[in-house]
Ligand binder design. Structure first.
Ligand SMILES: [Zn+2]
Length: 420
């Protein structure tokens, strides 16, 4: 039953089909697919590699003298753009094989190749990454009440700040065997890699097939893309575990064996979370059950929020960022009103509430300490969108150069066929 409920949730999000995959085989290296140095097998116990140093800086703090490493930093009070992605398609031929999930994946995802091309484009257009939590701060006002303020960011001269977020970084079972990576792992070099099976069923460990290692690698090759060390904010649900590890509970017939496996999965994911955090990744809530915050009862939302804290927050730490599932706003409207659901969520520590929209709109609420912000969504719906939609993305990339029509299914592309 749980599977069916999960599946329905996913169907609402994307459409899809479930497949087993609770406890994948131990990571194995496929040297033909990787560029990592293959370390020789050593006798005795493994010594973990010394991690490369990684510096994280606060963009709201100006460097002393206005420059750092020969780069001038200037204040930025303009719009902070925000793009979000779902997991990227590693194997288009498998994702777009015409099954029930194919159109949903086409609508809501980009391929690994398209994603890399988008990163290249935003980099060339002068964007630099900032972490969402550094863009606003909570301060105490003259009335003694806390409220949010937009920070002045100190950005390398000539550059523009950009937030990236990644929804549903959970590696849902329906995605496994359907064109996506299966989980994140630590490679022999101590870095984050993806693990999965290719369409032929062969194990693949890679840094080129998943949004997270692709960005890590891109920043290694273009360190000026991330002058503060920021990467992206991973928006996690909990109902099918996180990052490919089955850390969730179930209310139905939970056995000791299942609990033992869950504890094993919790231990296994901890070093990956630690390495992600160390290298500039942060975490936000996407609710435990990918629930609709505009329509679910307050009781349901409270239980869900507690469960996220117990099963996900206990691993990734507290967060003040909430990404609305389906983009659905609490109480039906979070901009003009502050309803009981919004108040409850704010009382649980959330301060930055993210929806989805046509630009990087943000609004600091006056009656409660919170900011709401929209995000743009590079995906099939917008890559195939009308001239108007494509125009919204022009500051970031030329859609015609990004969309991979050879890999994607044959479906309408509105900017190619404008209405007469
Ligand atoms: Zn989602």
């Amino acid at each position: 039953m749980r599977r069916i409920v999960s599946l329905l949730l996913i169907l609402l999000l994307l459409s899809g089909c479930a497949s087993p995959g609770t406890n994948g085989p131990a990571p194995a290296k496929d040297d033909s697919q990787t560029e990592a140095p293959a370390s020789p097998e050593q006798e005795g116990e493994e010594t973990p590699p010394e991690p490369e140093p990684y510096t994280i800086l606060n963009p709201a703090v100006a460097p002393e003298g206005g420059s750092r490493d020969g780069v001038s930093y200037v204040p930025w009070d303009g719009v902070v753009e925000h793009l979000f992605f779902h997991p990227v398609v590693a194997y288009p031929e498998q994702a777009f094989d015409g099954d029930a999930a194919a159109d949903g994946i086409d609508d809501f995802m980009v391929t690994a190749g398209e994603y890399l091309a988008i990163l290249q484009s935003v980099y060339e257009k002068g964007f630099v990454l900032v972490d969402i939590a550094d863009v606003w701060s909570e301060v105490t006002g003259e009335d003694g009440n806390p409220h949010m303020v937009r920070n002045t960011l100190y950005i390398p001269e000539g550059k523009k700040p950009l937030i990236l977020s990644f929804d549903d970084t959970n590696y849902y079972p329906y995605m496994l065997g359907n064109g996506f990576s299966y989980k994140l792992i630590l490679g022999e070099d101590g870095k984050v890699w993806s693990w999965g099976l290719d369409p032929a069923g062969k194990e693949v460990v890679s840094r080129d097939l998943d949004a997270i290692p692709i960005l890590d690698k891109f920043v290694e090759e273009h360190p000026d893309f991330s002058p503060f060390g920021a990467k992206g904010c991973l928006s996690l649900t909990g109902y099918e575990g996180i990052l490919g590890y089955r850390t969730q509970t179930s209310t139905e017939g939970w056995t000791e064996e299942q609990e033992a496996n869950r504890q094993k999965e919790r231990e296994a994911v901890k070093p990956i979370i630690a390495e992600l955090k160390r290298t500039g990744w942060t975490f936000g809530s996407h609710t435990w059950g990918h629930i609709r915050l505009g329509t679910k009862s307050l009781d349901h939302i409270q239980a869900d929020t507690q469960r996220w804290a117990d099963e996900v927050g206990s691993l990734v730490g507290p967060t003040k960022v909430l990404f609305y599932p389906h983009g659905e706003r609490p109480d039906g409207d979070d901009w003009k009103k502050t309803g009981p659901v919004f108040q409850y969520l704010q009382s649980q520590g959330f301060r930055i509430f993210c929806s989805v929209g046509i630009n990087s709109f943000s609004w600091i609420k006056k009656d409660i300490s919170a900011v709401i912000c929209d995000r743009l969504h590079p995906d099939g719906t917008t890559l195939r969108g009308s001239e108007k939609v494509v125009g919204w993305y022009a500051p970031f990339y030329d859609t015609k150069e990004i969309i991979d029509l050879e890999s994607r299914p044959e479906r309408p592309v509105r900017w190619m066929n404008p209405p007469a």
